[in-house]
Ligand binder design. Sequence first.
Ligand SMILES: CC(=O)SCCNC(=O)CCNC(=O)[C@H](O)C(C)(C)COP(=O)(O)OP(=O)(O)OC[C@H]1O[C@@H](n2cnc3c(N)ncnc32)[C@H](O)[C@@H]1OP(=O)(O)O
Ligand SMILES: CC(=O)C(=O)O
Length: 530
Amino acid sequence: MSDDKRVYLFDTTLRDGAQTQGVDFSVGDKMAIAQALDKLKVDYVEGGWPGANPTDDAFFNAPPELKHATFTAFGMTRRPGRSAANDPGLTALIQAKAPAVCMVGKSWDFQVDVALGIPRNENIDMIAESVLHAKERKSEVMLDAEHFFDGYKANPQYALDCILAAYKNGARWVVLCDTNGGTLPHEIERIVGEVVNHVPGSHLGIHCHNDTENAVANSLAGIRAGIRQVQGTLNGLGERCGNANLISLIPSLMLKTDFKLGISDADLAQLTHISRLLDERLNRAPNRGAAYVGDSAFAHKGGLHVSAVEKDPRTYEHIEPSLVGNRRHIVVSDQSGRANIMARFREIGLAIDAHDPKVATLVEQVKAREFDGYAYDGAEASFELLARRALGHVPDFFRLSRFRVMDERRWNARNELVTESEATVTVDVHGNETMTVATGNGPVNALDTALRKALVPLYPVLDDMRLVDFKVRILTPQDGTEAITRVMIESADASGERWTTVGVSGNIIDASYEALNDAITWKLLKASSN
Ligand SMILES: CC(=O)SCCNC(=O)CCNC(=O)[C@H](O)C(C)(C)COP(=O)(O)OP(=O)(O)OC[C@H]1O[C@@H](n2cnc3c(N)ncnc32)[C@H](O)[C@@H]1OP(=O)(O)O
Ligand SMILES: CC(=O)C(=O)O
């Protein structure tokens, strides 16, 4: 590999990512994320700021054992009016159990005047002395030159003097930061093009914030102009609008440029998993629209798209999804044509001729039902049942004869508010009627419990099935309390299988029943075909 094309990845999820509003990593989260990053083979994992809070202190006290990445501690240069050797913050940084340190230092004269309120040459001394002090004690020292691009635009010579103070005193990397995230790619390319005349690109890094949605583009522009270390975070976490998203940047560099990373093709295939692992840790739903790794990144909905993708996926996919560990989805909806339906048939394992009139009937049925409020984009199990019914393949496992649900809201003898629901269900299973009654904390819970009570003795396979998500959407809000309601239910079982069903009605309990009925029927269908 030619060295001049090697780009080093520096992950700051555990430091800048921890500055994201709403994110609060535990030590366990930090450990799991550091290990996932190491497995991905990024070059540096910045663990946090030792001395800033108890979590980071605990994390640095028992640091992760990384096989590939260099574990890095973050801090700031010495404070004004102190020597580097006598600065408690700098001492904590140097004592951190990490071979590398990254220090933030100011490089915009305005920030030195206003935020620090010190003479400009004192700031340059702070950088020079802190880097030199750390260099004598740690194996690798970096400077995050805060606000570098804004600083360069305002006073290029001063910004250059700040980074030269770090470089000349032994910083392995001088990282040019677009701290406020307001710089555009053409400005980055121009400025870096000038800076490489003073500090070689092999010693320059870039750290971009996403305030104009350009953090990844700016990082690529910096690399094209000669920079060889790039900082970013998983899923673009970070202060305000976040940092450059490594989950997008890594595949763009590997699959679309001739730059080289320390990541192999097999490592790249973990990308979707790693992105979702972070969401799981943060208890967040993954972003469907995320580039490369989102559920929709390779989802095809429009009939024209699906028809072409069926012939060759390259017609509507910029890369093969498995390269980043993702997969293709064919969505069925009112935007579908025959090709969408045929693709879903193949996924389900149904063999049917594309010109069978039942296919055209099903396309029309899907469109009509979507017009009525059903949404098969997302309710794949209900679509499968609809399709199998259209082909005559779904056994009559049970039939609902009737249900009745009663809701009660009252004050008990202790003057506490009590809400309770009771459902009575009568189902017919192969000619035998069973009636059950159950209570629940709400009408759907009572109905679900009563239905299971009737069916589990006859179908024990339903025992491990549970409802994991329940979404209600009012489709005709202009109709007030008479509005049509759509209910989507996500179910799961002990094997980890998850499936989603849909019901639509003017009555929310009836819509819920319809979705529940599909959920149970789908589970019985799968069990009967195993
Ligand atoms: C651009 C970035 O994202 S840099 C990373 C920012 N991340 C964080 O701030 C998260 C962790 N930070 C913290 O926990 C705290 O801010 C600490 C522990 C670091 C410092 O806390 P405190 O001592 O209470 O200071 P506080 O946060 O109020 O202010 C920061 C001080 O550092 C000074 N400072 C800011 N940048 C630098 C620098 N590069 N070098 C030296 N001093 C600096 C400021 O002037 C201010 O000093 P002042 O109190 O004399 O005005
Ligand atoms: C250092 C850093 O996080 C920044 O300048 O944005």
